[in-house]
Design a protein around this ligand. Structure first.
Ligand SMILES: Cc1ncc(COP(=O)(O)O)c(C=O)c1O
Length: 419
């Protein structure tokens, strides 16, 4: 049998720390490796596979559009792009859309938009207030906007114009605001930061401050958008309207696409300001349209919200039972389990062994983000594997004390690398 991991070691750049598995097929919430072993997917390849693997609606859209018109650039009009723009705008508080290919590109476009808006509205202000532990992508600007020092350190000098304050602290944003500030950039729920859900009054207060100071509020919904939190967009939980949001991940259900949605008052790009060759091409946008249409028509958000309640309930039960779980946080089908020690990698590997894919988003936080279409039985089955894995640790803890520590403490920084 081909040793794909050896081939990766020899030919690939050493960019990613990977799980020791080679996946070859997926269907719904299930995946198979090159040995034919089956897994339940509670991760969705970094929170992407919103409708499950190879969902017929996604597959049909890919096939139909691939046989019709795969690519043309934005030098002409193409219909799938315009249909997706209309669908997103008609179902959000925004007025205009821009399409690109990834989350980082969407955030990059939003940052450029904010800077241009500020030149016209705020006398050359350019600084964006961001949150500690935020994640916005890996381009130079988005990695700078992110709040993880080790992702930035090798790439200095970084672009100017970003400052960081603690997340879920509106007063810190107020204090950090100066005449240089043009925008505030936040995730509705911090994803890569460890699934951090803000207090209910955080976004209303930030919105009010941005209104008072004439700042743009940009929400990065790359991870939370398109039903992930049980609403079409994360901002809808907080009773506010951002000026700009960014989307990617779940929008294409597995096909690469990114988007920026903006209110009319800050839709300031004119021809020549920004662009992308592939962004908004017929294939990607046809798939995006099929995904969003399906999500809306089949009440996928409602289903995700209900499944999320079941999932959350079970996780709180586990928190009550296992004293090494220090917190459980989440909304819809985006949940984090925080451990007292850095054991998330060990748990992830043990789950993999047991046929369940989960994600060690931080050394001490496990992320669960199954497809929004997950069935009750699959949810139960996956949770049973997780419970079994955690119980093994619990049994060890009861019987062997310090051995438990040795068993569960990871050897190095065990977090999976963010994309
Ligand atoms: C909130 C958020 N923004 C941006 C990104 C970057 O997206 P991409 O990896 O598609 O560039 C991510 C990826 O994890 C994300 O979670």
């Amino acid at each position: 049998m081909t040793d794909w991991q050896e081939i990766a070691d020899k030919y690939m750049m050493t960019t990613y720390k990977r799980l020791p598995v080679t996946l070859v097929r997926g269907e719904g919430c299930r995946l198979w490796d090159d040995n034919g072993k089956e897994y339940l997917d509670f991760f969705g390849g970094h929170v992407v596979v919103s409708l499950g693997h190879c969902h017929p609606v996604v597959v049909q859209a890919v096939m139909d559009q691939a046989m019709t018109l795969m690519h043309y650039s934005n030098i002409v009009y193409t219909t799938p792009q315009l249909e997706l723009a209309r669908l997103l705008i008609d179902n959000s508080c925004f007025d205009r859309a821009f399409f690109c290919n990834s989350g980082a590109e969407a955030v990059e476009a939003a940052l450029k938009l904010a800077r241009k808006w500020a030149k016209e509205q705020r006398g050359d202000a350019y600084e964006v207030i961001c949150a500690e532990n935020a994640f916005h992508g890996r381009t130079l600007a988005t990695v700078t906007a992110g709040g993880t020092e080790r992702y930035k350190a090798p790439f200095t000098p970084l672009p100017e114009g970003f400052c960081h304050v603690p997340y879920n602290d509106a007063a810190a944003i107020e204090q950090a605001t100066s005449e240089k500030t043009c925008a505030v950039l936040l995730e509705p729920i911090q994803g890569e930061g460890g699934i951090v859900v803000p207090d209910d009054d955080y976004f209303p207060r930030v919105r009010a401050w941005c209104d008072k100071q004439n700042l743009l509020l940009i929400l990065d919904e790359v991870q939370t958008g398109i039903g992930r939190t049980g609403a079409l967009f994360g901002y809808q939980h907080f009773g506010i309207e951002p000026d700009i949001i960014t989307l990617a991940k779940g929008l294409g259900g597995g096909f690469p696409i990114g988007a920026v949605l903006t209110k009319e008052h800050c839709s300031v790009f004119v021809p020549g300001d920004h662009g992308t060759t592939f962004g908004g091409n017929p294939l990607a946008t046809r798939v995006g349209h099929a995904v969003v249409k399906h999500v809306l028509e089949k009440d996928v958000c409602g289903k995700a919200a209900r499944a999320g309640e079941v999932l959350g309930h079970k996780l709180f039960e586990l928190e009550d039972r296992f004293n090494f779980i220090t917190a459980v946080r989440g909304k819809g089908l985006l949940w984090g389990i925080e451990f007292r020690r850095d054991m998330a990698e060990e748990v992830t590997l043990a789950c993999l062994e047991g046929g369940l894919i989960v994600n060690n988003v931080r050394p001490n936080v496990l992320r669960l983000s199954p497809p929004l279409t997950i069935g009750d039985g699959e949810l139960e089955q996956g949770l049973a594997v997780l419970e079994r894995v955690l119980s093994t640790g619990y049994e060890l803890a009861k019987t062997s004390g310090p051995a438990f520590e040795r068993e569960w403490v990871s050897k190095d920084d065990g977090a999976s690398e963010d994309m």
